[in-house]
Design a protein around this ligand. Sequence first.
Ligand SMILES: Cc1cc2nc3c(=O)[nH]c(=O)nc-3n(C[C@H](O)[C@H](O)[C@H](O)COP(=O)(O)OP(=O)(O)OC[C@H]3O[C@@H](n4cnc5c(N)ncnc54)[C@H](O)[C@@H]3O)c2cc1C
Length: 417
Amino acid sequence: MKTTQRIQDLVIGAGAVGVACAEALALAGRDVLLVDRGAVCSGCSHGNAGWVTPCHSLPLPGSGLVKQTLKWMLRGDSPLYIKPTLRPSRLAWLWRFYRHCNEEAQLRGLQALAELNRQVVPLTRELVERYGLDCQYEQRGITYVFRTEAGFEKGIRECELLHEHGIPGEILQREAVHTREPVLSDDVCGGVFYPGEADCVPDQFVKQLAARLPQLGVRILTDTEVERFEVSGREITAVATSAGTIQPENVILAAGSWTLVQARKLGLQLPMEPGKGYSVTLRRQPGIPKQPLNLSEAKVGVTPWQDTIRFAGTMELAGLQLKINQRRVDAIIREAKRFLPQFQAEDVLETWTGMRPMCSDGLPIIGRTSKLKNLFLATGHGMLGLTQAVVTGRLVADLVTSQRPLVPVEPFSPDRC
Ligand SMILES: Cc1cc2nc3c(=O)[nH]c(=O)nc-3n(C[C@H](O)[C@H](O)[C@H](O)COP(=O)(O)OP(=O)(O)OC[C@H]3O[C@@H](n4cnc5c(N)ncnc54)[C@H](O)[C@@H]3O)c2cc1C
């Protein structure tokens, strides 16, 4: 039987971001209901590379990317593929993205992202320790490795820029990078080690955190789809779900790439596109690195854990759909083997795809909208949803409870969109 429930805060979406928002709100003393149309962590948070990575603070749109993208667009197995379409929302997104592909916008974005990302490792560590989450969380750093001199030079420049923004990195010449990871191919000519980065098994992190929420008083409804909103004036008065109606004081929309669909129902056109990526998880085997690696020219992330190893990468703008394109999966493994020639890619445990919620300026969308006074958005994290989940939860809780936010939220305001 469908019922009506009253609640202070309704969080929509039980991915990394929604679960972290629910936790932070509950800690702030709020009465929270978390709903997901599927299981906890069934969206993009499930199969990602597991990196909590402040060194990823340069926004994706940047100078030089347009030329590179035009070349990549001609190849269906390239690191970035844009499926041709005349859909107006995609064209509008591409136009906004293009307008951010310049140094000035990228440096402005870097300033904002670095300030946010300097918080992510300490906050995530504190949370893992608070609940004793068993998700292989470790701050062991990430090494970017390069097979071309041009790539290495770009990597060095990026390292210096990040250093200026409080994110340290160590440049590794050829010998040093091979000493660190002897399985790398001979043509790897250098690397940059970022010691401040952490990683975990992402679905273990999210599911275990969600499992702690009932002790904090959070109610969780899975297999419950948000269908419609009732709005009166500038306020959401009710949310119709497949399990009944909810009357919340506040709605926190954290539905990843699907936030687009829900926001549209509320009259908001978010400049977001799903950026599909893939991962392949295998049993541990010979020829793999000891530590997480970014295979830079291939744009593939490699994360070795106790019993498994994951290769993750590629970006495909192809709409809101989760069809696996095997050609792109094969390209991840093929490119990985160029860096790791002894790796045979045996014992595949899972081939997965997920859609990153990509905002056209490369920054997340966190905060209250001016259009609806009880709607908060927590989305658009793109390649950094796991990284920024805990800090986003903290910011949302700060805003809901009218506390001074931990970091300035203006750059992430939904009203900039
Ligand atoms: C290949 C790949 C590698 C990546 N690697 C990293 C990494 O190493 N580090 C990092 O920080 N990020 C990484 N990312 C990005 C990261 O995975 C995402 O940014 C993050 O998972 C987004 O989390 P989310 O909670 O916003 O969305 P999701 O995890 O997608 O969760 C959204 C939830 O909303 C629910 N939902 C949708 N519609 C409704 C509805 N109508 N009613 C109820 N519920 C609904 C969905 O079921 C889903 O569970 C990677 C992504 C990919 C694809």
